[in-house]
Ligand binder design. Sequence first.
Ligand SMILES: Cc1ncc(COP(=O)(O)O)c(C=O)c1O
Length: 380
Amino acid sequence: MIPITARRLLGIEESATLRISSIAGELARQGKDVVNLSLGEPDFPTPPHISAAAKDAIDRGETHYSPSAGIPSLKKAIADKLSGENGLDAKPGNIIVTPGAKQAIFETVLAILDEGDEAILYDPAWVTYDACIKLAGARTKWVRTEDGFEPVELSGHVTGKTKLIIINSPCNPTGAVYGRESLEMVADIARDKGIYVLSDEIYEKIIYDREHLSIGSFDGMSDLTITVNGFSKAYAMTGWRLGYVHAPKGVYEQMLKLHSHSVSQATSFVQYAGLAALQGDQGCIASMVKEFRARRDLLIKGLNELGIKCAMPDGAFYAFADVSGYGSGEEVAELLLNKAFVAATPGAAFGEAGNDFIRISYATSQERIREALRRMKTVL
Ligand SMILES: Cc1ncc(COP(=O)(O)O)c(C=O)c1O
């Protein structure tokens, strides 16, 4: 007889975004020319000075265990960045360097939520938050956003069990960037009811014409905010697995237990690459953002010409397109993949509010975006 596996994981599905990418990859292996617009990673190479720092670190023998929370020089550089750029009262002693921001989110959620607790997510939201909440045995309270996907007032949604609000600006999947007024609204309720806020700022640097604001810098929010960020998107370092979290002491201490008993630490020589990323020339980000902007403009114009409504995204590298004129998001994504070999992610993967949408990543060349638009025109 084969024993059954843990109930804890039964309600959780494989990441939809990774699933679409793997189907697209399989079709490509079969020789199909797939335009993959489902990817959540910059298609640029990691800047050479960052790779060189990792190679140097390997050559110096930085291939052994580091302190669990991270090497002191990197934690100091992160604290300086969070204080200088984000206005946080950041201290190295509140920072854990993690193998990717995803691990930081997982640790935050498990450190805060007990069974039966509730966490608020704005719908649509990145796929992993809900999975982490479920893993903690807690419940997600989905709250619809309004036009433009900005956060709405939360007081009607908060109960005695609400312990966490997760926000993500710039947002995956919508590309929305939250303004000060929206964030003040979230901060007001967090302060009033004593609720933690996890602010996932991984797309902070990929932003067009808008200012990125960190809720952890707002009055009275330093003890309530867990700020997560990382290197994957800003420095094209997805495969390196490097992120970080700044948390108030009580949360930090619980997270560190989880961290040290699970992953132990982020890879030692990769942490030196992170240090080089933060301390080196930031011009590499500006040139990536310039190209992302040109792609965004090309894509949105093309979608609108096809009669697909799509708000102009202010950040990240996703367009969240309303395809209801052609079917549900699932139907259109399936049609595009099977008939046009264009891979996009059904919006429903990000919550019910995404049912009529598909998420299109423009982390691919302008030439491939043009090709995708041409193929979409033939099948839609
Ligand atoms: C909103 C959001 N947060 C976090 C992550 C995870 O990033 P990392 O590669 O650092 O784990 C992603 C990756 O797609 C993301 O889209």
